[in-house]
Design a protein around this ligand. Structure first.
Ligand code: GLN
Length: 452
């Protein structure tokens, strides 16, 4: 723990942590020493983790990287962090992120950008770590913590993992409890681990998963021993290549990496088949209706009364207080999402946008179900590019396009992971994505294990 605490302090220029909690990590290490001596040690005894600041942590400020929650100290622990701590893990601190998990580059945090520990060959320009779990990505890649929690609504575990060369898995929707996780888009949000390799992800995911009566969407099913599934043997497995993911104008390096990934899976015994997911091109526009719609509803609770910030204009009434608090507390991307969300849910446009997007969502889920008749897993790139420099994507639409490969699995609630698979010509990490059928995490992890 002490070595990690010192590393966290030395790496403050990365801005990966919003709050550091060295005492929490030290206490876990002390408990681990005692537990190892008397044989009662849990599977994560003394392991120092970083916790994304979207998870409520008892007695430790939780902000979702927004000014509107600054100073909010939950009295309760999220189910996922409670499970990790019960298995012996300690917390090094709360990790920076995109505000309310909205973003793909960690540039929307109210606490400043997170910087990636990577640089392009021959350049010293700071690169983004991806988002929204950018602090988690940067902290794990810089070896500040052994692993971290992330959350993924449309790619926020997988894309940052790819940008910094680590592994990360979004499990099946419902595998991890959302209780105590600040809500963005509740029908899409899932917690998952980010770690140096696939084995660490398997161990952390086992600890994080499981039924929770406090989350009615959590799955009441046994959690497999994910680590035991890591054999690297893919004999008899059919890997599908969705042809719609081969975008026009795709970066040739990404295409080559994809082919290389397929070759590795063949070497491990798998066969490769072509499949079609015909509604892929509608996934991104439908996501950017469904996610903001749910966000606008979820974020209505930040009213200056119940949590964090309150701004009271002189002589104003209650409505003035709401307005002033929300105007000062939410960042520009959050306001954009709330406005899109309220628009698509408004009486005049509900059928044209929201209902239509929900229908598209069903078609996307059906595409995957059909594809999984012909194959066991899908392999695709995680992101259309390597990490970019901060400030390079100032147009929100261009930023949203970065989620093109990750969003479809989110819309269908399927497990998907990113594994580090190679380097771009300028020496930056690139990731491959494995998508599985519902509850197929063990197979997804094993294919990732064969690649890494
Ligand atoms: N980049 C996507 C968005 O901004 C996904 C974010 C996420 O998965 N939390 O909505």
């Amino acid at each position: 723990a002490d070595a990690h605490i010192a590393a966290v302090e030395a790496a403050r220029p990365l801005n990966a942590f919003i709050v550091e909690t060295p005492d929490h990590a030290r206490a876990a290490a002390e408990r681990a020493d005692a537990a190892l001596a008397d044989g009662s040690a849990g599977p994560l005894a003394g392991i120092p983790l970083g916790i994304k600041d979207l998870f409520c942590t008892a007695g430790v400020q939780t902000t979702a990287a927004s000014k509107i929650l600054e100073g909010f100290v939950p009295t309760y622990e999220s189910t996922v962090t409670a499970k990790l701590f019960a298995d012996g893990a300690g917390m090094l601190g709360k990790l920076n992120m995109d505000q309310f998990a909205m973003g793909s580059s960690n540039e929307t945090s109210a606490f400043g950008n997170v910087v990636s520990p990577w640089r392009s060959a021959g350049s010293n320009r700071p690169l983004v770590p991806g988002g929204s779990s950018g602090g988690s990505a940067s902290a794990v890649a810089a070896r500040l913590c052994a692993g971290a929690t992330g959350t993924d609504t449309g790619g926020s575990i997988r894309q940052p993992a790819a940008f910094v060369g680590i592994a990360g898995i979004k499990p099946t929707y419902g595998r991890c409890s959302r209780w105590g996780v600040v809500a963005f888009a509740s029908s899409l949000d899932q917690a998952g681990p980010m770690a140096r390799d696939v084995r660490d992800c398997a161990i952390l995911l086992k600890s994080m998963s499981g039924y929770d009566p406090k989350d009615s969407t959590s799955l009441d099913l046994p959690v497999p021993d994910f680590e035991a599934a890591l054999t690297g043997d893919l004999k008899g497995l059919r890997i599908g290549v969705p042809r719609e993911y081969r975008l026009d104008g795709m970066d040739p390096n990404i295409a080559a990496l994809w082919d290389q990934g397929l070759a590795w899976l063949r070497d491990a015994g798998a066969t490769v088949v072509d499949v079609s997911l015909p509604h892929t091109k509608y996934a991104l526009p439908a996501y950017y209706i469904v996610a903001p719609a749910e966000a606008s509803s979820n974020l209505a609770r930040y009213d200056g009364v119940r949590y964090g910030l309150r701004v009271t204009p002189e002589g104003g009434n209650l409505a003035d207080m709401y307005e002033a608090t929300r105007a000062a507390g939410f960042g520009p991307e959050v306001k954009r999402r709330i406005m899109i969300g309220t628009y698509v849910l408004s009486a005049g446009f509900y059928d044209a946008y929201y209902i239509q997007a929900q229908k598209v969502r069903t078609l996307i889920a059906r595409d995957f179900a059909n594809a999984f008749e012909a194959c066991d897993l899908l392999l695709t790139p995680t992101a259309p590019s390597a990490a970019f420099a901060a400030g390079d994507k100032s147009d929100p639409l261009e930023m949203y396009l970065n989620d093109v490969f990750t969003v479809p699995a989110s819309m269908a609630g399927l497990p998907a992971m990113s594994v580090p698979a190679g380097l771009s010509p300028s020496g930056l990490p690139l990731g491959l994505q494995i998508i599985g059928p519902a509850l197929g995490e063990a197979a997804v992890l094993n294919a990732g294990y064969a690649i890494e």
